[in-house]
Ligand binder design. Structure first.
Ligand code: CTP
Length: 401
């Protein structure tokens, strides 16, 4: 069983999605996990501790000041016991307290006291989720290496439609299973490129694109969890290096990224090109800020950048090559064309727009390779990255080993 004897601490905070966490306990135990549940006081207004106790087969803790429980398994022992902490649902209040290091109840205290990787599945009204206060806390948590799972978009319990729904129990379980890694890339060197590139026009302006880098960072993290030695070549993004990534090279322009990837790929087994590389750069970078000439307009002359994937596939010995194709329309035909034209082993196609792809938390991918394809339906980028890595490992083994 994939989670046999894995020790998972489930934190439940106050939100209607707490009912889904009952199901999560069941599904985790189906795979052999030992689950202990800690609830915030607010969570007990939605689901009774007795429910979680019956489902987990363990006593449920709520208060930091419970003398009986502190005598049995004290909060520090509980923090050490956990191999993973998952908070589902995570309310806006709980994330604010986590972001700012509060220890004013048992659950937040445990999070500070435990070295276990922390997974957080937000659930709240879409207006709350979009609030800058919440988004700033999310950024703090992400930068600190907390793994955000979701939220998903869709109908909400409050009647609204939008982003803020908790991921489904099976999606959360999949992320935990993947976090223990089945080491499918053990012993392999993987290079991942991520984010946009910036092509300077003058000292204050550039041409860029809307890639957030999140998909590539999630792929780097998933590959590291699968046992690979990962080098991450990152365009200009404000994201923390994912846990387990051995080397990070920060670049700005497509030319820098081309050089960094080619250098790293010389010793690599697999290259995943998740970066949105700028196709063109200004032919001349002005050394002084360009001045406006009223009414005259401006024509910029652009030169084509070298294609990283094509440069790699032209080499006689090169890594297994995975490209991405973000398209606004005709996704399948453009992707299959790129697979052939760039000499790739696999391409991950996605539709951008409609809450998916660039700048979004969710994505949906369609993978193509010579003679096959598989659809990875809409999910958080973390979940998709694990599924992508599993597919890459399978294809790599089929053609290279
Ligand atoms: N890519 C690359 N080097 C470039 C441009 C793109 O390696 N100079 C890679 C990207 O990292 C991605 C794949 O090619 O994996 C597809 O990128 P995309 O921008 O969709 O392809 P283009 O060839 O630029 O095609 P178009 O812009 O016409 O859609």
């Amino acid at each position: 069983m994939q989670l046999a004897h894995r020790r998972i601490l489930l934190g439940v905070s106050g939100g209607i999605a707490a009912y889904k966490s009952c199901e999560l306990v069941r599904r985790l135990r189906d795979l052999g996990a030992e689950v202990r549940v800690v609830m915030t006081e607010g969570a007990t207004h939605f689901v009774s501790p007795t429910t979680f106790q019956a489902l987990s087969g363990e006593s449920v803790r709520v208060s930091l000041w419970d003398e009986q429980a502190e005598m049995a398994m004290g909060h520090i022992e509980l923090a050490r016991w956990a191999e993973r902490i998952i908070i589902a649902p995570a309310s806006a209040d709980l994330m604010a307290r986590l972001a700012h290091g509060f220890a004013n109840d048992l659950l937040t205290t445990l999070c500070l006291a435990s070295p276990a990787p922390l997974y957080v599945a937000p659930a709240m009204n879409q207006q709350m989720w979009a609030h800058p206060a919440v988004q700033e806390n999310v950024d703090i948590l992400r930068r600190r290496g907390v793994h955000l799972l979701g939220p998903a978009s869709g109908d909400q319990a409050c009647g609204d439609i939008g982003s803020g729904r908790m991921l489904e129990p099976l999606e959360l379980r999949e992320a935990l299973v993947a976090s223990f890694g089945s080491a499918v890339l053990h012993g392999l060197k993987v290079v991942v490129s991520a984010g946009p590139t910036y092509e300077d026009i003058d000292p204050v302006r550039f041409i860029g694109n809307r890639s957030s880098g999140r998909m590539g960072f999630a792929v780097a993290e998933a590959a590291a969890q699968a046992g690979a030695e990962v080098t991450l070549v990152a365009g200009p993004v404000g994201l923390a290096t994912p846990p387990g990534v051995v080397r990070r090279v920060d670049v700005r322009t497509a030319a820098d990224m081309h050089a960094a990837v080619l250098a790293a790929a010389a010793k690599a087994d697999i290259y995943v090109g998740a970066a949105a590389v700028g196709d063109y750069r200004p032919s001349v970078v002005a050394s002084h800020k360009l001045k406006k000439h009223d009414g005259a307009g401006l024509i910029l002359e652009l030169a084509e950048n070298p294609d990283i994937l094509t440069s790699l596939s032209a080499q006689t010995v090169h890594p297994f090559l995975v490209g991405f194709a973000a398209e606004t329309h005709d996704v399948a035909s453009y992707a299959q064309d790129k697979l052939q034209r760039k000499g790739l082993d696999m391409i991950a196609a996605n539709q951008v727009g409609d809450g998916l792809g660039f700048e979004a938390a969710d994505n949906a991918l369609h993978l193509y390779w010579a003679g096959g394809s598989v659809e990875l339906p809409r999910a958080s980028k973390t979940v998709l990255a694990h599924q992508l890595v599993a597919q890459v490992a399978q294809r790599y083994k089929a053609v290279r080993q």
